[in-house]
Design a protein around this ligand. Structure first.
Ligand SMILES: [Zn+2]
Ligand SMILES: [Zn+2]
Length: 221
């Protein structure tokens, strides 16, 4: 698998580029800022046969500013990509300008959402197979995105947990639509039910494992 992580913006969001080595079809998870850096990294990546990557989806774990601020610019460059988000975060997404205003940023209005994530939906991009897990609590439309193992393309199991679960911590619940009890339920029922050895790549900070958080996370173990 082709895999590149870029830490973007003042909030240090973990943005990922993931691509199928056979077809070059790619997804970008959480293009939260620094569109130029993201596009530069994307254009430097090639398939083993030398093909450019072609982005099919911009996946968003949720619609806070630090996960969506570069979406417009990346989408305008990658014309065959689709902006994907859970419906329950559409209000937040539409308020991008207002979210930016709180930090003194003058952002453009967001482009339309082109794909609404459904809970337990499967999305295939070349040989990459993703499933969507609705994990509200940090925001109403928060999702965790599971990448399924595929040994043929050397794809390893991975969970992109957004701001739902961090190494040793959890997402804040004091922002619009946040709910602590719902967040804990999402983590316990939907993430801790996965295999212990699945790596978790949060929206910020270092990676961890499902099993480590299950045993040691002080908020929900
Ligand atoms: Zn967030
Ligand atoms: Zn965040």
């Amino acid at each position: 698998m082709i895999h590149k992580e870029i830490v973007v913006g003042p909030f240090q969001c973990n943005c990922k580029i993931l691509a199928c080595p056979k077809t070059g079809e790619a997804v970008i998870v959480d293009p939260g800022d620094e569109s130029k850096e993201i596009l530069k990294a994307l254009k430097n990546l090639k398939t083993p046969s030398g093909q450019d990557l072609k982005v099919k989806y911009l996946f968003h774990t949720h619609a806070h500013l630090d996960h969506i601020a570069a979406t417009r610019d990346v989408r305008e460059d990658q014309v065959s990509s689709k902006i994907a988000l859970h419906k329950n975060d559409e209000i937040l997404y539409q308020q991008l300008k207002m979210q930016g205003g709180f930090f003194g940023l003058n952002l453009s209005d967001p482009l339309p959402i082109e794909h609404y994530f459904e809970d337990e939906e499967i999305i295939s991009v070349g040989s990459l197979k993703f499933s969507i897990i609705h994990t509200p609590g940090h925001s109403p439309g928060g999702v965790s995105i599971r990448l399924h193992e595929n040994s043929e393309s050397n794809v390893k199991e991975m969970l992109f947990s957004g701001d739902t679960l961090f190494q040793g911590s959890i997402g804040r619940t004091d922002l619009w639509g946040g709910d602590f009890d719902i967040l804990i339920k999402s983590i316990r029922q939907r993430i801790f039910s996965l295999d212990d050895d699945i790596p978790v790549c949060p929206g910020h900070g270092p990676n961890t494992l499902v099993g480590i958080e299950k045993r040691e996370n002080p908020f929900c173990s």
